[in-house]
Design a protein around this ligand. Sequence first.
Ligand code: MSP
Length: 513
Amino acid sequence: MGRDVFYITTPIYYPNDVPHIGHAYDAVATDFVARFHRLRGEEVFHLTGTDEHGLKLQRAAESAGSSARAWVDDMEPKWREVWAGLDIGYDDYIRTTEPRHAAAVAKLLQAVHDNGRDDIYLGTYEGLYCVSCEAYYVEADLLEGGLCPIHERPVERMAEENYFFRLSAYADRLLEHYGSTPSAVEPESRRNEVLSVIRGGLEDFSISRTTFDWGIPIPWHPKHVTYVWFDALTNYITAAGYADDPERFARLWPANIHMIGKDILRFHAIYWPAMLMAGGVEPPTQVWAHGFLTVGGKKMSKTNLTGIHPFELLEQFGVDSYRYYFMREMTFGQDGSFSWESMVERHNADLANGLGNLASRVLAMLGSYFDGIVPDAAVAGAASDLPAVTADAAARFEAHLLNIELSPALAAIWDIVARANHYLVEKEPWKLAKDEANRDELASVLYASAETLRILAVLISPIMPRAAADLWSQLGLEDLEAQRLPEAAVWGGLAAGVKTTKGAALFPRFDTD
Ligand code: MSP
């Protein structure tokens, strides 16, 4: 089993358009968690990619006067460009149009087909079809008078020959799976949703189409192309080596966490484990479904101008502030509202005035009173509660992150920031510096503050890699990448004699006007 590697995935994104901040939300969260596990010394495999087949893609290409292939080739770099801008450090990027993926889809389809239980069968899909959409609708989706909700034209009763997957046969096994491993779907509210859908009865679903050809052919009947969700979900095992590298697959699979949005929960928590069970593959260890970002209380979309591109915010705030804001401000399992005001407020309060101010004050005083040299630790931290405060907060940070409690994990770090800023106010080192008789106490206060900064740099590194590296080098330290939790957060790691240098502000303050 894939216990050797911490394997975490984002959904694969539809490149029918460019990303908005909603897409970037699960990409940043996944990266935050992946970097945290690396910081703990684990081998991590972080996968992301693009979901490039299906009717939706074909449509987008056609309406732009392009071929599907040319369209996805043109779009996909625009997604990677955003991930690069957001410091998303994925280990592999999968495109479902790659040959390695076609091989994995064919292998899984064949395994299910040949499992001796007739789990894939040929049937007729009957439904209400809109020819303009080339899509089936259920009664409930239609406008009054049975009209297509998009084209406002009558739909037709149509029938198409499709392959079906016998999902209905997997209800008991799925209930058993979630009964024995409740953590396989988080948070709990989403688990309850999944359980109630399963208990309500599962219907077989169609896994092939004959009305268009932008997809992976069904191996034994190539007139059919694989339904886009069967195709897309399989990406998670493709990248782990399912079709071509059994040894690697054994180390990686099952994935530890599939990070997804709540809208694609059923596909991940019902279809996907059932498909794998049918193919003789273990289901993923956990599916974690986060809430949706809204703008002004509205769903994000191009049409109502709420589809904000991440670069619009990056230009203003920089990547660290961007990452921090979304992970700190929102409760990950719930919907959360984005606003410029709240982003400016977080930036100013937590970053500029909080961490940034702490760092610049401490480094400036080390410069003024000790020529930047970290004073002798023998007299350090004696009368301070900072060792206990940092130890407690670092432990809470780790525990929260292991539970995907992203905002509380960051709040734990900011308990340190608040306490350290307050400590300076209490000790008033600028007053101590006025009298040579206070030299030892001054050294002790500044050592404790600088050591706190060192621990803070380690703790923020998964969420704000650039600020962490900057702070680390201002502290005169090397090899941030080599730091490991929990050791790196143990008090006393900063050696006396290190030469610190105050650099530019970590987070320039925004003028709220
Ligand atoms: N291609 C499928 C996923 C296949 S995974 C095997 C897909 N793509 S998507 O591009 O439409 O969405 C990708 C992710 O972005 C989903 O997790 C979705 O929940 C997330 N989000 C899209 N809009 C969002 C918000 N407004 N807020 C938060 N996440 C949102 O679905």
